[in-house]
Design a protein around this ligand. Sequence first.
Ligand code: UD1
Length: 416
Amino acid sequence: MPRLKIIGGNTLSGTISISGAKNSAVALLPAALLSKTKSTIFKVPKIRDIEYLLKILDVLNCKCKIDKDMIEIDTSNLKNAPIPEELSEQMRASYYFMGTLLARFKKVEISFPGGCHIGARPIDLHIKGFEALGAKVEIIKNKYIITADELIGTRIYLDFASVGATINLMLAAAGAKGQTIIENAAREPEIVNVASFLISMGCNITGAGTSTIVIDGNDNLDNGVTEVFPDRIEASTYVILGALIGKDLHIKGIIKDHIEAVIIKLKDVGADFIVKNGEIIISKCEHPKATNVTTQVFPGFPTDVQQTFTVLLTQAEGTSTITETIYESRFVSAGLLNEMGAKTDANGNLLTIEGPTNLEGKELYIPDLRGGAALVLAGLIAKGETILDNIPLLLRGYEDIVEKLTAVGANLEIIE
Ligand code: UD1
């Protein structure tokens, strides 16, 4: 198995360009099935989740033409085939085929979705929403079988503003008769990205990005065109890295509003940066200050950034805390930071970090995608050599991470 070798201690300068957002792209590819003949998506990141989604599109008889970061998806011969477990279990986002295949065929057969082990991650809100639209959902062995005579638009209230449920129900509602209103919808940028794609196909959707989304069903959608938004989680990862070991490190291609909560916390720790023209220029924060972070739904501090932010807090003077409100088990990587010399203590959903601590290179196993990014950051600031095992998990979400970091002066390589 290939592993990632990192030698810490280098200062990073130059420019890192941000790729298209994983969590948008993984919804946009399944969303393309709503188009009768074809769709075009620009700025698709080259990451493992996309490779698996392309395999699922192949099972569904879609023809995909790829040119650099553009994917053209021909859906004119779309067929409704069961989605096999070895593909659906590779990622969380395979569940978006539930919404689109239900909209197109009123029948879906799909094995359980996969994704990082960071909590129980039920999909009851997706299921309840499909049922509210008139579908029948059965679980047979490890498969969901979802059928409907027809989908009828309705009012859906989400008990929690779930990103996945909001997008999945928006996709299903696009194929329903009449109007669907999703209340307490999630407001993450990914939802706006998917809505704009459906709008480009001819679907009437209002309110995406607010907590009430209204979708008028339309079975004549076609010719979707969109560009994947910049990845706010990748951007946050590299900005945090800049606060650790940057020297005028430019993080290019960001949307400031999408990472405002992270920017505010960077200011709290005393980071040295400027934001202008879709770029953040950041240098090492010499004496970071301790702070308290609580993860929240957008526009709050993203759960996907708490693990990398923890690395910065290991360098802060005093006691910092992270309160994780979205997932039950997202502190595994903090335990691994302790093996490198950090002083963190997890108690329920509260992580306490005592700093500053000197980190030392170690051989570690990547526990989950964002935890893997945290270990890369830790390896880059640590003394000596860090070896990370299980790198396919990291490559699920970071396009060209080794190339991007090497280009700004980091010492890391994939070894056999
Ligand atoms: C998406 C992102 C993930 C991010 C998360 C929160 C993708 C592919 N993944 O995950 O990177 O960490 O948003 O920003 O876009 N929940 C339920 N029932 C449901 C649905 C969710 O109880 O039916 C709970 C989950 O267990 C979790 C919380 O709600 O505790 C948030 O889940 P959700 O917003 O749905 O996240 P995902 O779509 O899985």
